[in-house]
Design a protein around this ligand. Structure first.
Ligand code: HEM
Length: 309
């Protein structure tokens, strides 16, 4: 059962891999802040009554990040890139979307995530993870394979502005008649997707992502289209490691525009806990055990950094 894994032990396991920087996030530690707006399309109103899609501009605070707890992670690292969005709706309510630049996650249950952290824990003798433990992890956790295969065949992006971001989990959309539709979504960059070449991986350096985003927003808003996929019966609802069939049609339901970016220190995104269960009326979680487990885990990380630990 999923209840055997506690949020506390997962945070401890993350800290055992990466250490802990006082006052900072335990995961996605390296990141940048941005601000902008989201304009939804009424095309979504068939599925959701959320005010996100009224057509009015909704202010957004965003954070772009590298996954992992290393505050000095190189921007060429073969790891996830994150996009976290906080929408402020006209009635004052908040909505969060906390996404990654990959279509699937590497754990169907919190236990797999915990086991991965345990396998990644550096061996005191070498300062590196024990290759045997990593091999054992891969062999014993088939749910980690789809993400592993995706990461192996996709280089990291040249810029956050050239990355697509997926919501990964399935969510429930509720319309005015209280009808439920299971959906997934991704944000597709209007600048186009672009990955680092093998040469660029060697020459790009460790810290180009923040600079590229700041410079890009100075030339004008950087935009992503929100593409919605409507599930059909039989599509996996509660497993974020399983992609939906690629032939499912996508509907454009809105556009995100980021107008300005800055380092995270002291900026608006720094103090936000981008808990993915912060949801406004018209959007609700599925029973995906990973989605539900994220909330208590983020709360512990947030509490630690708030209190300066
Ligand atoms: C068992 C699964 C997971 C665990 C234990 C976990 C843990 C964490 C933790 C502890 C943080 C830092 C929270 C804070 O201090 O504010 C974080 C941040 C983040 N996570 Fe997860 N996570 C999980 C799954 C996911 C998934 C499935 C996604 C994407 C769909 C995701 C995307 C992100 C992003 C984008 C951030 C950075 C948020 C920000 O910029 O503040 N995580 N995660």
């Amino acid at each position: 059962s999923d209840n055997v894994v506690s949020a506390d032990e997962v945070i401890s396991a993350i800290e055992a891999v990466f250490g802990a920087v006082p006052g900072e996030r335990r995961n996605h530690t390296k990141g940048s802040c941005a601000v902008g707006e989201f304009v939804g399309r009424p095309a979504a109103s068939r599925y959701t009554r959320s005010a996100l899609f009224s057509g009015a501009a909704v202010p957004v605070v965003a954070r772009l990040s590298l996954s992992g707890g290393n505050p000095a992670a190189p921007d060429t690292a073969r790891s996830g890139r994150g996009m976290a969005l906080e929408f402020k709706l006209p009635d004052g309510s908040l909505h969060h979307m906390t996404m990654l630049n990959v279509p699937v996650f590497g754990a169907a249950h919190p236990q797999t995530f915990l086991d991965l952290m345990r396998a990644m824990k550096p061996d005191p003798a070498t300062g590196k993870p024990d290759p045997d433990r990593l091999r054992d992890f891969k062999a014993s956790h088939p749910d980690a394979r789809p993400l592993g295969e995706y990461m192996a065949s996709h280089n990291p992006p040249t810029s956050y502005a050239n990355a697509a971001f997926w919501g990964i989990h399935s969510f429930k959309f509720l319309n005015t008649k209280d009808e439920t539709t299971i959906v997934r979504w991704r944000f597709v960059p209007q600048d186009g997707e672009q990955a680092l070449s093998a040469d660029e991986l060697k020459t790009a350096g460790a810290n180009f992502l923040e600079k590229a985003l700041i410079e890009r927003t100075r030339r004008g808003p950087v935009r992503w289209d929100m593409m919605l996929t409507v599930g059909v019966p039989g599509d996996p609802e509660d497993d974020p490691t399983l992609a939906w069939p690629s032939e499912r049609p996508e509907v454009s339901v809105g556009t995100l525009s980021l107008h300005a970016a800055t380092p995270q220190k002291g900026a608006a995104c720094e103090g936000i806990n981008f808990d993915p269960l912060v949801m406004s009326d018209g959007i609700a979680p599925t029973n995906d055990p990973v989605l539900l487990f994220r909330s208590p885990t983020y709360a512990i990380s947030f509490g630690k950094r708030l209190s300066g630990h």
